[in-house]
Each structure stands twice: as structure tokens, then as C-alpha cells.
Design a protein around this ligand. Structure first.
Ligand SMILES: Cc1cc2nc3c(=O)[nH]c(=O)nc-3n(C[C@H](O)[C@H](O)[C@H](O)COP(=O)(O)O)c2cc1C
Length: 387
């Protein structure tokens, strides 16, 4: 296969490929980052590092009852101190030979001052970029109030500006967006001078219960806050936020949330992402996931004869085409040569439009409401929508 250019730029930082190990347990130490760097993602991000090391529980994860590659978690910030990272862990991570991005959070009352100090020292220690974790700019983290962190645009602006005033390496603002604050957060990141936006962090509150013990399977609560959800279970939501951010800014976006296969990565780019973050699936698959993702993405680009730049954001036009089709009457047709008369279409149809005749089904257009359920669920894909 001829080499395909998958390099991307995040501000002034050039990455050989768009894949970035997202902040989380794989970045818990320099040695772990080096292990993940072995399969050459474009960059690796540390676990979020606070002003002080996390005092309590180290890590708590659960996969129970969740779809593959999903994680339920309660995971505070790094239990290694910022000083340990600066003196030792970052240089071990850099031995991996890919750019190391430090994730910082300042869960204090003076976040801008803390970020200035930490960002400056991190740049001196040779990091390739500074990522500001959403939680670090969430006042709820300081007070422990509410049902979880809520990112505040004012604080987001303040920490972005503080980092930008201090360092020359790119500053990435990571978002924990909600529909009510997304536009304000994007503006805060832009006004603060951010070079890129990473979206998104986990989704919460999330919980599941063992039906006999009535307890959550493994994840523990932090204070009154419930666990978070990440990975495959949040993919569609994560893609939705990337689209909404892409509509609102020219800044490069690092899309995170549920990327486990190369197809997910392609979808992220179609949604508007420049970088593609992977955290949960890196945990469930190990470092080899980056080899699989890179090979799959390259083969797709070659097969489709498209570059990453050409592909980026094409989902917006795709959505427009879908909207236009939504306004026209759709015709749903069964290919009678392929129909096995299994009856799935009749089972899932909310209005009972599929009718059986001569051992095959046909869809009565006078009853059909064009919901597309039969098209989606037909096990032999013999039902088509024709516009
Ligand atoms: C166990 C765990 C710990 C995480 N810790 C952090 C963290 O310290 N800082 C941060 O910004 N994001 C953290 N994240 C969020 C991930 O970086 C990522 O944004 C999110 O999980 C969505 O991506 P994914 O579906 O690929 O995991 C963590 C995720 C998981 C699963």
C-alpha cells in the first residue's frame, strides 16, 4: 500500500497521524505513556494532574452490563504529584518518541495562578502542548456541589488565557459541554486564545446496579457524585458535540468519545474532528489499537481517494442532504427475490404496513409512515428506501 498522508496540525504542533491517547488511566505514569507510545499514536496525553496529588481512591472502573468498549468510572486526578511528573515521569514518557501533552487541572480557588505556574514548568520540562482538563475549570469540583462537574465559561476563559500568556506550545481546552453551555464554552476557549478544543469528557451521572446486592458493581462514588460513562456508549453523543463545535469555530477539534474501530475514527473526521482521541478503547484493547486504527484509516482514505482535509466536516453536507430527503415522500420497497419471509419487518413496524403475500412481504404504501424501522432491522437487508 502506498503511504497515505495522515498528518495533522493542532495549532503549531504537527502530528504524524491524528490519533491521540486521551487523558485517563493509560497516562497514569511515564512508563505507561511510553508503553502506549510504542504503537505510535500521533501524541499521548497524561492523566490530568492537579496542584496537589489526588488524596483518595486511585481508580475505579466497571464494565458490567455495558456494551463492549464502554467504561463506567469514578476516577479522580493523578495520584502522582505535579512535582513527580516534572522531575521524572515526563522524561520517561518522552522516551516513547511521540509528542507528550500534559493534562492540567487546577481544582483550587485560584485556578489561573496555578495554571500559569504549572504550564510554565511543564513547557520547560518539554511537553508538546498543554491540555486544560474540563474539570479543572469547573467550580463545582472545588465546592463538591451539584451532581457533578459543570464547566463554567468564565473559568474556562481564565485558565485558557493564563496558559496562553505563559507558554508558547499550543493550549488545548478540553470541554465537558452540555447543550445549555456549549456555545459559551466554545466562545470562552476562543476568547481565551486556545489553539484547539478537545471534546468531549465523560458523561454523567451514570450508574448500574447488581440486582441482588443492589450495589453498583464496582465503581465507587466520590462524595455525593455518581460515576461517569465513557467509550462506545457515548459515541453518538460525542459525535453530536463535535458537529456542534465544528459549526461554531475554526479551531481544530480533537474529537473524543467512543472511538474503538477505524470506522469510528472516520466518523469523527466526517463530524469535523482534526485529532481523534482514544481513551476507553485504549484501555480495553491496549496499545495495539493504534496500529489497527492507523491501518484502517489509511486504507479507507486510499480506497475512497480522499484526504483528511477533504473529508473533515463533510457530515454537515450529509446532514443537509438527509434533511432535504426528510421533506420528500419516501418509498419503502421489499426486494421480493431476497425476502425470506422471516416476518421481522411486520414485527418491528409500528403501523403494521408489511403484508405477506405468496411467501414474501410487501409494504403497503397507504399504511407506511416511512419510519425506516423495517429497513434497519431486516436481517437480510432486502428493504430499501427510495426517494
Ligand atoms: C477511567 C477514565 C479516566 C479518565 N480520566 C480523565 C482525566 O483525568 N482527565 C480528562 O481530561 N479526561 C479523563 N477521562 C476522559 C477521557 O479522556 C475521554 O475524554 C472520555 O473518556 C471519552 O473518550 P473515550 O470514549 O475514548 O474514553 C477519563 C476517562 C476514563 C475512562
Amino acid at each position: 500500500m502506498s503511504p497515505v498522508d495522515t498528518s495533522v496540525k493542532i495549532g503549531s504542533l504537527e502530528l504524524e497521524n491524528p490519533f491521540i491517547l486521551g487523558a485517563g488511566p493509560p497516562g497514569i505514569s511515564g512508563a505507561s505513556l511510553k508503553r502506549f507510545a510504542a504503537t505510535k499514536p500521533g501524541a499521548v496525553v497524561t492523566k490530568s494532574i492537579g496542584v496537589k496529588p489526588s488524596p483518595g481512591q486511585k481508580l475505579s472502573l466497571s464494565h458490567s452490563e455495558l456494551s463492549e468498549d464502554s467504561v463506567m468510572l469514578t476516577d479522580p486526578w493523578s495520584f502522582k504529584s505535579f512535582e513527580e511528573w516534572i522531575q521524572k515521569e515526563l522524561s520517561i514518557a518522552k522516551e516513547g518518541g511521540v509528542p507528550v501533552i500534559i493534562s492540567l487541572q487546577a481544582v483550587t480557588d485560584t485556578p489561573a495562578d496555578d495554571i500559569k505556574r504549572m504550564a510554565g514548568l511543564a513547557e520547560e520540562a518539554g511537553v508538546a502542548a498543554i491540555e486544560l482538563s474540563a474539570f479543572g475549570s469547573s467550580p463545582n469540583v472545588v465546592t463538591g456541589e451539584g451532581i457533578g462537574a459543570v464547566q463554567d465559561p468564565k473559568r474556562t476563559y481564565a485558565v485558557a488565557r493564563a496558559a496562553k500568556e505563559t507558554v508558547t506550545v499550543p493550549v488545548i481546552v478540553k470541554l465537558l459541554p452540555e447543550p445549555s453551555n456549549l456555545a459559551d464554552l466554545v466562545k470562552a476557549a476562543e476568547d481565551g486564545g486556545a489553539d484547539a478544543i478537545a471534546s468531549r469528557d465523560t458523561i454523567f451521572p451514570a450508574i448500574s446496579f447488581d440486582i441482588y446486592t443492589k450495589e453498583p458493581p464496582l465503581a465507587r462514588n466520590i462524595g455525593t457524585w455518581m460515576p461517569e460513562l465513557s467509550g462506545r456508549s457515548i459515541k453518538e453523543v460525542a459525535l453530536g458535540y463535535v458537529v456542534e463545535i465544528f459549526r461554531r469555530t475554526e479551531l481544530p477539534i480533537i474529537g473524543l468519545g467512543g472511538v474503538a474501530r477505524w470506522q469510528d475514527a472516520v466518523e469523527m473526521v466526517i463530524a469535523g474532528a482534526t485529532g481523534i482521541g482514544v481513551c476507553s478503547a485504549a484501555m480495553t484493547h491496549g496499545p495495539d489499537i493504534f496500529t489497527e486504527l492507523k491501518e484502517g484509516l489509511e486504507a479507507y482514505l486510499q480506497d475512497q481517494d480522499v484526504t483528511l482535509d477533504e473529508l473533515r466536516g463533510t457530515g454537515l453536507q450529509g446532514m443537509e442532504r438527509g434533511n432535504e430527503r426528510g421533506l420528500t415522500e419516501l418509498l419503502v420497497e421489499v426486494d421480493s427475490d431476497e425476502c425470506t419471509a422471516c416476518g421481522t419487518c411486520a414485527l418491528v413496524c409500528p403501523v403494521q404496513a408489511p403484508q405477506q403475500k405468496d411467501d414474501v412481504f410487501w409494504i403497503d404504501p397507504s399504511i407506511c409512515v416511512r419510519c425506516g424501522f423495517c429497513v434497519h432491522y431486516c436481517p437480510v437487508s432486502c428493504i430499501e428506501v427510495k426517494s
